[in-house]
Design a protein around this ligand. Sequence first.
Ligand SMILES: O=C(O)CCC(=O)C(=O)O
Length: 320
Amino acid sequence: MSLAAVPTRKLTREELEAYERDGVVMVKGLVDKNWLNMIEQGVEQALDKSSIFGKVTSRKTPGYNMDIYLWKRIDVLRDLVYYSPFAHWAQQLMDSKEVRFFYDQMFVKEPGVDAPTPWHQDLAFWPMKGNQICSFWIPLDPVNRESSGLQYVKGSHKWPQRFRPDSPDHAAIGLGVDAELAPDIHSHPDKYDVVDWEMEPGDVLMFHPLTLHGSSGNKTRKQKRRALALRWVGDDVTHSPDSSPIPIPYKYKNVDGTQFAGPLFPRILPSHIESERAVRSKGVESQINAKFMKSGLKNLYSATKLKLTGFDEKSVKQTW
Ligand SMILES: O=C(O)CCC(=O)C(=O)O
């Protein structure tokens, strides 16, 4: 029996078709207040006490806060992962029998913080292959283009190109240098079909990991912009470390070419696996800082190597 709460409503055929066609769909008023309250509590706790990873990735711009694997140390988010209805929506979107949780990621931009999220495809950051992968982006504050709402290039999940990973701190820009840089989307309004939405807490963005997306800095004077992303994987996803700039600062035993498994990527549907759940139920899991440092050094090494070839990260022109 599934322990993930049954959703108050399923995604409609139109919503599923929009996801398939555009690589992104915004679903209005989907998340009940009690789940939103849990997300808010979790994000506030993460802001009060960030991990080493969060501190390092957010260091360049005060007022920009990013952090990952919150659910490993914040109980209310662990419970959200295991018992909320999100896995059911992921199951529908991915059309997958199994749903495993990949990881959670917080993005907070205080008013006036100039930290655009460069155009990118998420899959460039992740050590996996497959199509049954999706992310939910859940805002805790009203968002619009001005306050750094996410923007997407419609249909880009079907493009053949794979772009070089980039993030607000540009830490990963030296990796995947064989891939092209993402185009400067806004300087070609006739060429790219950009879509974005005004959102309220309770609304959710659901998107494919190859859909090109990004956001401006928070240009408002008063509106903070807090959001949590939840990422899911399904049946056809296998481990492949070719490109993995994100550090995975926990132990896991995945073997290349096999499905994700184990307590770091717990199965939520069709049912929990007791031995996986027990690991996190015992208590908070600390990050393995050595793993994080190793991946940070790899990023630094490739960024330095790239600079020695005369590359300047400021030359990555993106208009926001
Ligand atoms: O919140 C943002 O600005 C970035 C979010 C994002 O890129 C993602 O969730 O994949």
